[in-house]
Write a protein that binds this ligand. Structure first.
Ligand code: SAH
Length: 343
């Protein structure tokens, strides 16, 4: 039996073609599943009894189970999900006026081992399926009143999305498909540590969501030390690949830069960053380090962060200091580790 949630539109069309069922039936099924939240094929009353029975023989419809919810003082909510294989991942829902952003996970753990990231200390445990990736969004929306449904999705939770390439692409296609989840592709962002070969491959896909790059350093010696992936894809290789990325005219690449006190937060770093990105259409999100137990890093002072930002602004960059959400519940960037018992 296969979970229909996450099963791609293309595959379902192929299956229906094999069954001799017209392809508009796929739209009807998707509408039941993704718009009405139907969990039983028998309730899909505009399908023939025969097709309902056939679907029920092949598929089931299930979302990841919400194992725990933790509410932050700032209004964000961290969801802990239990997957079918028993492993756990987290998503964080962050309200900001009308905008409700959901940060979702793509892997249980992560193999990239960035030294400032708690998820990185876990190693890679497993890849999420496409259904488990979109299931986080669907389950959170089911849990919240309609006015609070997520308007934006960021793939910045646990894991490196481009290291779980096929499932992530299937999930993204379903997110932005007008037949399935109907999220605007401008409201979906994938964040990567910079897997250059995968970025090149992703550029060729018919998925036009926003791209965010976790740069985090301006010199290879520093980036090598905090992000081991840099040894494989050094800064110049990454930037050269991004220069060729087929960005739509109105889009910008987002660069994320985690500020670590005494490591990458000097004015010289800000100057180098400004030069490095000078030919790219981009914006910069500065993220003061979010601490966790056992980490050897600290966040810079507010003045240091401001000074870093001011240099970038003086060079005409859009540079934002990203306010950390949910730090009191280990829900901020780099703090997700699915520690069920400690929340
Ligand atoms: N693997 C992807 C997505 C997960 S990390 C990526 O690297 O982009 C999401 C963002 O959180 C990245 O920009 C990362 O640099 C940042 N981050 C990780 N640990 C952090 C921490 N302890 N404090 C602040 N930001 C952190």
């Amino acid at each position: 039996m296969i979970n229909l949630i996450g099963y791609s539109e293309q595959k379902l069309k192929q299956l229906f073609a094999d069954w001799g069922v017209p392809s508009y039936r796929v739209n009807q099924v998707f509408s039941w599943v993704y718009h009405r939240g139907t969990k039983q094929f028998n309730d899909m009353t505009n399908l023939s009894k025969d097709l309902r029975a056939r679907l029920a023989d092949h598929f089931y419809i299930a979302l990841p189970r919400i194992a725990h919810k933790t509410q932050s003082r700032d209004g964000s909510i961290k969801y802990l999900f239990e997957l079918e294989n028993g492993s756990q991942v987290e998503s964080v829902w962050m309200p900001d006026g009308a905008r409700k952003t959901l940060c979702i996970s793509s892997q249980v753990g992560c193999r990239l081992a960035c030294s400032f990231c708690l998820t990185g200390t876990l190693g890679l445990k497993s890849n999420l399926t496409a259904g488990e990736i979109i299931g986080q969004y669907l389950a959170v929306n089911e849990d919240l009143p309609e006015a609070d449904h997520a308007t934006n999705v960021v793939m910045m939770g646990m894991g490196e999305p481009l290291d779980n390439y096929d499932a992530v692409c299937d999930a993204l296609r379903l997110m932005v498909s007008p037949e399935a989840m109907r999220i605007s592709n401008r409201k979906v962002t994938l964040s990567t540590a910079g897997l250059v070969d995968r970025i090149r491959q992703f550029a060729q896909e018919d998925i036009h969501i926003n791209l965010a790059i976790s740069l985090n350093a301006t010199e290879d010696s520093t980036r090598d030390a905090i992000m081991p992936i840099n040894k494989r894809y050094p800064i110049k290789t990454l930037i050269d690949c991004l220069k060729k990325y087929p960005l739509k005219p109105t889009r910008r690449i987002t660069f994320e830069y985690v500020l670590l006190k005494g490591i990458n937060d000097s004015d010289e770093d800000a100057v180098r960053l400004g030069k490095l990105l000078s030919t790219l259409r981009c914006k910069i999100n500065l993220i003061p380090f979010n601490g966790f137990e056992g980490s050897c890093y600290e966040a810079p002072s507010e003045e240091r962060v401001k000074s870093f930002q001011n240099h970038l602004i003086s060079k005409k960059y859009s540079a934002f200091i990203r306010k950390s959400r949910g730090t009191d519940i280990l829900g901020a960037c780099g703090q997700l580790a699915a520690q069920a018992m400690t929340c």
